[in-house]
Design a protein around this ligand. Structure first.
Ligand code: SAM
Length: 249
């Protein structure tokens, strides 16, 4: 199981801490959902984004490159995968998984593991149908929609498996500082930076020459005003539904 997870982030995780910083508005939504839980396991923890600093947190992360970018005072890391959590039943008040389940080999197996070790569960994921309609994927890189990681289960399916009380939309602010795939919905020029793209698994998994060619087209569309004319409605929006969903039990 580690085999699928680790090599991807060993390769693309190098600049993660620089461009994937926790966005305070998304952090608040996550915090509110964690409520009064005192002990938390963060599954697929990466560099530790969104881990509350006033709780007891254990991080689970298979990639050494990701784990090595955690702050020196960040909670300790257990090198393991979601599908086989090395903890007894009911070890934690809550388990959280943030923007990670689309990388898991067995999503439902991992979710069942989270439910085994904690009562309260929080999964930040994306709705693949809404996500696939983002302008980057419809106009420039439709290949992203064909990748395995775009075949993530719907938030409703995640909710059903974990017995969640509901699915919340997480709007993406126009100045979002967590550089995931859809973060720069109103700042297209950001996608022209290869280092920014390297932190987005969807884009980082495609052949570099293909992406470079399409980004040349995006650059031309920005420079001659085509992009702005095509997406005028986005320019006055303060936040955007790019498919991010919070599933909470
Ligand atoms: C996009 S990063 C998200 C990291 C962090 N949660 C955040 O919000 O910044 C996805 C993380 O999932 C980890 N991962 C991949 N497969 C995994 C698995 N089967 N079990 C647990 N974590 C996994 C990757 O190594 C990576 O650190």
């Amino acid at each position: 199981m580690v085999a699928k997870a680790a090599p991807l982030y060993e390769g693309i995780g190098r600049y993660y801490a620089r461009h994937r910083r926790p966005d305070p508005r998304i952090a608040k939504q996550i915090r509110d959902a964690l409520g009064d839980a005192r002990s938390i396991v963060d599954v697929g923890a990466g560099t530790g984004s969104y881990e509350p600093d006033d709780k007891v947190v254990v991080a689970v992360e298979p990639s050494p490159v990701m784990a090595s970018q955690r702050a020196v005072d960040a909670p300790g890391v257990v090198r393991a995968v979601a599908e086989s959590l090395p903890f007894p039943d009911d070890s934690f008040d809550a388990a959280m998984a943030v923007l990670t389940i689309h990388h898991w080999t067995d999503v439902f197996g991992g979710l069942r593991e989270m439910a085994r070790v904690a009562d309260r569960l929080l999964v930040l994921t994306f709705d693949p149908v809404v996500h696939s309609k983002f302008w980057m994927f419809t106009d420039y890189l439709p290949e992203v929609n064909m990748l395995d990681l775009s075949q993530v289960p719907s938030p409703d399916a995640v909710a059903e498996v974990i017995g969640a009380r509901g699915v919340e939309t997480v709007d993406i602010p126009s100045d979002c500082i967590d550089g995931f795939n859809v973060a720069y919905w109103r700042r297209p020029e950001q996608y022209l930076d290869p280092e920014v793209r390297a932190c987005m698994s969807g884009l980082a998994m495609l052949p570099a020459d293909l992406v470079a060619t399409r980004m040349d087209r995006l650059r031309a569309d920005i420079e001659d005003g085509t992009w702005h004319a095509r997406h005028e409605e986005l320019l006055s929006m303060g936040s955007f539904d790019g498919g991010l969903r919070l599933v909470v039990r």
